[in-house]
Design a protein around this ligand. Sequence first.
Ligand SMILES: NC(=O)c1ccc[n+]([C@@H]2O[C@H](COP(=O)([O-])OP(=O)(O)OC[C@H]3O[C@@H](n4cnc5c(N)ncnc54)[C@H](OP(=O)(O)O)[C@@H]3O)[C@@H](O)[C@H]2O)c1
Length: 340
Amino acid sequence: MPRLAWTLVACVLLHVVWTYARRKKRTQYVDAGAERVLILGASTPDGLGAELLRQYVERGAKHIMIVGRRQHALEDVRKRYPGVHVHAADLTRTQSVLALRDAVVRCMGGLDTLHMVFGATSILPILGVAGVDPCGVNSETEERGLTHATQDGLNRIGETVQRSCDANVKGPAIVLGALIPLMQTTSQRPAVVTIGSVAGLIPAPTRAVYCASKSAQHLLVRSVDLECESQAGMPGPGQSRRARVHFLLVAPGPIKNSFVATYSVDASTGPRDRRDQALRVEDVVRATLRRVDAEQWGVLVMPSYLRVAWILTCLDATYVYPTDLRRAWLGRAAHRLYRY
Ligand SMILES: NC(=O)c1ccc[n+]([C@@H]2O[C@H](COP(=O)([O-])OP(=O)(O)OC[C@H]3O[C@@H](n4cnc5c(N)ncnc54)[C@H](OP(=O)(O)O)[C@@H]3O)[C@@H](O)[C@H]2O)c1
């Protein structure tokens, strides 16, 4: 390569390193003890929300509110952390979300960091939900011998889609609508963390409805991110300018906990996919908080090899040669992982 090209490459590299090194961490603006944190979906002891609570308390956070529908379960999670605020709410209902916003203002006076963990999954193939799955796995409602779905079967598909979208799309949308103005006007460095899923990035057998609702959730938060970019700097009450709300979307692969067994809207059989290499809850939370502290927004895919699969999936959509090879590879991996 000619000397000029090497010099250019060196300049670009120096610029990147210099910019990165000079970048301040969020913790320099938002003091750990003063940070006001809201964790939505923290009532399961082995869940990401409960672990977020544990790690926030460990680093000295004093203003935390945890939310779920089950008050007694929230109280159980809070037992070891007496100063934590607890609020029971169904986040798919507007009235509950308004009451939650009032509680946040009353208890913490504003909001710096919002974690949207709550969600629902579905683990049957579409034909399994309808009761006519020729592979005959995973379904509790198999209508043996039928080739074509009945009206009941189709109604079950409708219900599965409705409940999944309520939890994964409608709930997050209502929450963002209610809390973004509060964050823009009460925090200097507001951040929203959403727990999406690798299922929202890569199609998978037995996860059609889950993949659909999670990818809708992903595009919801990534689009709201852009909307917040335009809203930043606009006038707000009690503040000359609204703050820029930043977004981190976390897209983990399977996690070792009880979520799939408990929050599946179409079956209670538990996960069929291979969980031997599933992520540990504490690792997902640690990586998430590291990214928030470093202000590295965007999408965090875990584990990292799934980033490669995601990129291949994106290329797949562009029909660049050799599409068939990639498809075959991705398909084989997905069939093996989900055993379908
Ligand atoms: N576990 C996995 O393998 C996996 C993998 C990738 C992504 N994810 C994503 O991670 C998130 C779940 O986190 P997790 O795995 O740690 O499980 P989890 O904590 O058990 O998640 C469910 C939590 O959300 C709450 N919740 C559900 N619906 C709600 C509603 N309508 N209103 C208020 N709270 C509600 C539940 O509390 P209540 O029952 O008390 O309401 C519970 O605390 C989901 O978004 C899921 O898509 C999970």
